[in-house]
Design a protein around this ligand. Structure first.
Ligand code: FES
Ligand code: FES
Length: 165
């Protein structure tokens, strides 16, 4: 066991844990966030994705001792009670079906838009390729990313009719 300090969504958590424990388990069981999901546990589906220092990271295969820097989970995207434009776009496009993969879709989309604020359809498909969805929500994911890009460029949310609110 080791004393490990993790910074999650603006808070600091000091834990006495096995340093080989996957970050996903620590986040869900010790920190108490439920956004990242256990899907494959093998780094292949994306359901467990969190953002660390601006990069999308698969927390199921990341030992907690390997983490350096600030961890953002789905719960950390909203600020002061206001949803992030990506989250709003997800609601407005009614993206989820069962919802299980959607943490990974949203977190990957956030990183994609941070790096490329105006992605083409091909760039979205490429950037989101590792986020798998058994419910085949890919077209709605793509629409939501394009809606979020418009919203972010305008500095505000987008109405449910696709225009600026
Ligand atoms: S649960 Fe981590 S990539 Fe599938
Ligand atoms: S919404 Fe069901 S797995 Fe993606």
């Amino acid at each position: 066991m080791s004393i490990i300090t993790l910074k999650v969504n603006g808070g600091t958590h000091t834990l006495d844990i096995d340093p080989s424990t996957p970050l996903l388990y620590i986040l869900r069981n010790d920190v108490g966030v439920q956004g990242p999901h256990f899907g494959c546990g093998l780094g292949q589906c994306g359901a467990c994705t969190v953002i660390i220092n601006g990069a999308a990271v698969r927390s199921c295969i990341t030992p907690c001792s390997a983490v350096r820097g600030e961890i953002t989970t789905l719960e950390g995207l909203a600020k002061d009670g206001t949803l992030h434009p990506v989250q709003r776009a997800w609601i407005e496009e009614q993206v989820p079906q069962c919802g299980f993969c959607q943490n990974g879709q949203i977190m990957n989309a956030k990183v994609l838009l941070d790096r490329n604020p105006n992605p083409t359809d091909a760039q979205i498909r490429e950037g989101m390729a590792g986020a798998l969805c058994r419910c085949m929500t890919y077209y709605r994911v793509q629409a939501a990313i394009k809606r979020a890009a418009v919203s972010l460029a305008a500095g505000g949310p987008v109405s449910d009719k696709g225009g600026l609110a």
